[in-house]
Design a protein around this ligand. Sequence first.
Ligand code: UD1
Ligand code: UDP
Length: 347
Amino acid sequence: MKVVSIVGARPQFIKLGPLSRLLRESFEEIIIHTGQHYDHEMSDLFFDQLEIPKPDINLGVGSGLQGAQTGDMLEKIENKLMSIEPGLVLTFGDTNSTLAACLASSKLQFPTLHIEAGLRSFNKTMPEEINRVVADHTSDLLFAPTKEAVRNLENEGLTEKAVLTGDIMVDSVEFVQSKIDNHNANENPYALLTMHRPYNVDNPENLKNLFRSLKELSTSIIFPVHPRTRNILNSNNIDVPDNIELIEPQGYIEFQKLLRSCSRVITDSGGLQKEAFITGKPCITLRPETEWVETVEAGWNLLADLSDPNLADKIKSFNPEEERPDLYGKNVAEVMVAEIKKFISQS
Ligand code: UD1
Ligand code: UDP
């Protein structure tokens, strides 16, 4: 049976890696890359490092406004799916590539699976929140990473389609573990910073506020800069304090090494909040809310506003010591492939 996996952005490649490997043992997998992310260090590098076969199809959609980008993907995905006639279409996360994939596939009535279903920020100003709600309501099978995600799906009447599988990123982190086991820990303490959410970075004043606060931290900060953020920094001539080292977006292996050696994480990324929890790093999330509420409840994730005048103190004094419960499962790709087989046999 043909299974089509549709991806397009960095976090989706990371989620695809471990699942694709196992899926190929039982199915003919065809990978469609929408082309939403296209720089080598945002795309090809992840296929190489996570040992994912090169995409069979790259739609080359590239960057654009929300509607234009999604519309272009929708048309091109529809076209490809009509000629492939898959038995199942896999979609991941909450990007515009997810939205286009779910819309195209469900309207063609191909069985559609949404991985990382049930997450909610309840903040519709985020494009991702709109994408996830549509993805969940158009898909036939919903793999929820957490109990909270299952509850959200139940609240929206989607109980029958939902399966609690755990979070596939547990397997991604595990996969690179052996590749970083022998790395020399960086001896100088530093915090690891990533930022790319439009509401944080598109207004240069927000970045200036953040840098002002981070300057007060005595520790050094390593900041792999997302291309969206790099564009804003460059076009607004924003001064970067001496304790912040800007570097290029990192490959998954290099980034996981940076994560293992850092003292804490400061971020607005979804995936990184989980990885910080999994690896036992205190995480300060620069957002008013998070979809990964269980990390906050467990005491390892602190929500903070980047314009908070006490941000530096909050970051410094956040030193969780609570035990970390197992929130995201184990061998998740195995669980997912077993559930996919069950779904196909019952269809
Ligand atoms: C997208 C997702 C977001 C996800 C993030 C992961 C949507 C709506 N947003 O945000 O959910 O968290 O990816 O990183 O789908 N650019 C480059 N090179 C690239 C890719 C992007 O220079 O390879 C620049 C372009 O100027 C582009 C901007 O980054 O306009 C934003 O890219 P886009 O894919 O639209 O959104 P992200 O902010 O990356
Ligand atoms: N990541 C990476 N290199 C970097 C920054 C992040 O490999 O320079 C990884 C990180 O480990 C996490 C994922 O990218 O797994 C998060 O992606 P991103 O923050 O782009 O998107 P989000 O998770 O917020 O949707």
